[in-house]
Design a protein around this ligand. Structure first.
Ligand code: NI
Length: 177
């Protein structure tokens, strides 16, 4: 379909709370999902949320593929998640590096719940749920934050870890979401 422009931090549309999807039969929804995939692939992203391409609906995609540079990274299945609901399992959080296609070139350390259950609908409106931890749990929390108008720097506890990829990880290929 189309590779869309990814909005960057500073665009007020990234701060909006997005609306639930109500019509799963809509051709516009299927076109949106295709555009999200095309845009994520073109940007070599690990995930993408609809508001990042200017569509204020509760739709995120993530997973699928992995960087040949990081063959050990846990595989996250290619997922379309609509109207997600997250439920942390336990209070444990861990801090790790995140980047974002809407905050290009930067990375920072962000605390996230280690383990959670998430539920929502797939592209056909079928409900599903998963219990995940680690990187998978982190990606879901990052993407769902986009639906509530939250970018990862707002989650950081210590902005001193915020920096440019080229300084923090020289020579490494990184994927953002
Ligand atoms: Ni992001």
């Amino acid at each position: 379909m189309a590779i869309r422009r990814i909005l960057r931090m500073g665009d007020p549309r990234l701060l909006q709370v997005s609306a639930p999807v109500t019509d799963f039969q809509s051709p516009a929804l299927q076109a949106l999902i295709t555009d999200l995939y095309d845009t994520m692939q073109a940007a070599n992203g690990a995930g993408l949320a609809a508001p990042q391409i200017g569509v204020p609906l509760r739709v995120v995609i993530f997973g699928g593929g992995r960087s040949p540079r990081y063959p050990d990274a846990e595989a996250v299945p290619a997922t379309v998640l609509i109207n997600p609901v997250l439920e942390p399992l336990g209070a444990a959080q861990e801090e790790d590096w995140e980047g974002c296609l809407s905050v290009p070139g930067l990375r920072g350390r962000v605390p996230r719940f280690t383990t959670l259950r998430y539920a929502g609908c797939d592209a056909t409106g079928q409900r599903f749920e998963r219990t995940v931890s680690g990187f998978h749990a982190r990606v879901v929390q990052h993407e769902v934050d986009h639906l509530d108008g939250i970018l990862y720097p707002q989650r950081m506890r210590d902005l001193r870890s915020l920096g440019f990829n080229e300084e923090l990880f020289p020579g490494q290929e990184l994927r953002d979401d």
